[in-house]
Design a protein around this ligand. Structure first.
Ligand code: PLP
Length: 404
């Protein structure tokens, strides 16, 4: 008889956004005008340089002389080189150390499979749920406890007490997920703290999986854009970035993962290159990202692409600024929203996060995301996403003002 992967039974009930959708459905039936400040999806159309690169590439695919079939699994050199020359120009990451992929989500979920099940995992709390769920599925945790935490995982609380920064633990961990700027708190990690993490990883022979999906939004000089800005990080860290939230590739799908050649793991079998292992895994399980999509991503590194990207980031930063100031004026305690388009808002009157979510939905028809859905330390907060249209942000603030 076939047996299932029983670790899937340990996953906590319904996925956060499914539960939110369920609660929204009732309201939609009542035909109320909803303002969605919940889901973190891109809301602007693709930049003109992306559209023209996509259509040029599609035409190439339609000509016998320029048609392309399978491409290199790790991505075309034109894109990998553009990333190395632009995103890592002061850090010396070579094109060869960059793997193109169809999403940071898939890479961050899949990377754990090149590590043994026995590794102790550390995860910021709250954070992007994929880090935890992919390790639950892989059998790296025990059961979900009544506290809402999984046995076998080291949680790194990001609370008001820690300025929403995940601090290195007292004990030993092997695999460390860091997300900066963090989803959902919208807070970026300070350089001095990132250095402490790199030192910790070197001392403990641990590996850091660094998710920089919101890197393009960083404004604070004290928040590094890449973990490789920290000395010694190339020996202990993998960095994942995405074009989803910077340039609206949530539907097109393109991201990249950097694994430096210096990143080596010592175990009983000898010294192993993580780059080599990931390449082996990629060659077996992945056939690369579509050529037109890679061409579209490469267009972001042309002067027109850079201009359009900068304008788009500025536009979302302005929306986030308006929302942040507006919430503050209304007396809410808010965090984040400087280095990411997310605002982490403390619930008033010690309401639980789902309670405040329901209140905002019922009374103001505003969708947020309950902080509890991102981890136990998210209790007492909701996330406002500022990808929404400026009109909707203004309307949301007006509705919140009436609520008072
Ligand atoms: N990493 C973080 C922190 C995210 O918030 C998200 C999406 O919300 C992703 C990764 C997923 O990125 P992609 O669209 O490239 O899969």
């Amino acid at each position: 008889m076939v047996k299932l992967n029983h670790h899937y039974q340990k996953l906590s009930g319904s996925y956060l956004f499914t539960e939110i959708e369920k609660r929204l459905a009732a309201l939609k039936r009542n035909k109320k005008t909803l303002i969605n400040l919940g889901v973190g999806d891109f809301t602007r159309p693709l930049f003109p340089s992306i559209v023209s690169a996509l259509s040029e590439a599609a035409k190439e695919m339609g000509e016998a002389t320029s048609f392309r079939g399978y491409g290199p699994c790790e991505g075309y050199l034109f894109l990998r080189q553009a990333i190395a020359d632009n995103d890592y120009k002061n850090i010396e990451i070579s094109a060869d150390e960059i793997f193109i992929s169809d999403g940071a989500n898939c890479d961050i979920a899949n990377l754990q499979e090149i590590f043994a099940v026995e590794n102790r995992v550390a995860i910021p709390d709250p954070t992007y749920p994929v880090y935890l769920d992919s390790n639950v599925m892989a059998g790296r945790t025990r059961h979900l406890l009544k506290t809402g935490t999984y046995g076998g995982i080291t949680y790194l609380p990001c609370s008001e007490e820690t300025d929403f920064q995940p601090l290195p633990p007292m004990g030993h961990v092997d695999l460390i997920y860091l997300c900066s700027p963090n989803n959902p708190t919208g807070v970026g990690m300070e350089r001095s703290l990132l250095k402490r993490w790199v030192d910790y990883a070197r001392e403990h022979e641990a590996v850091i999986l660094f998710d920089g999906a919101y890197e393009a939004y960083i404004q604070s000089p004290s928040v590094p854009h890449s973990i490789y800005e920290i000395e010694g990080a190339k020996e202990v860290a993998i960095e994942v970035r995405s074009f989803s939230k910077s340039a609206g590739f949530t539907g097109l799908r393109c991201s990249y993962t950097v694994i430096p050649h210096q990143l080596k793991i010592r175990d009983a079998g000898g010294v192993h290159s993580l780059h080599g292992l990931w390449k082996r895994r990629h060659d077996t399980k992945f056939n690369g990202v579509a050529y037109p999509v890679q061409k579209a991503a490469a267009a972001l590194y042309t002067s027109a692409g850079k201009r359009e990207l900068k304008a788009s980031i500025a536009s979302f930063a302005e929306r986030t600024h308006v929302m942040r100031e507006g919430l503050q004026k209304l007396g809410y305690n808010v965090y984040g929203g400087i280095d990411a388009p997310y605002i982490w808002c403390k619930t008033p009157k010690q309401m639980k996060s789902w309670e405040f979510f329901d209140y905002l939905l019922g009374e103001a028809q505003i969708t947020t995301v309950p902080g509890r859905g991102f981890g136990p330390s998210g209790e007492g907060f909701v996330r406002f996403s500022c990808f929404a249209d400026p009109k909707h942000i203004a309307e949301a603030l007006a509705r919140l003002k009436k609520l008072r």
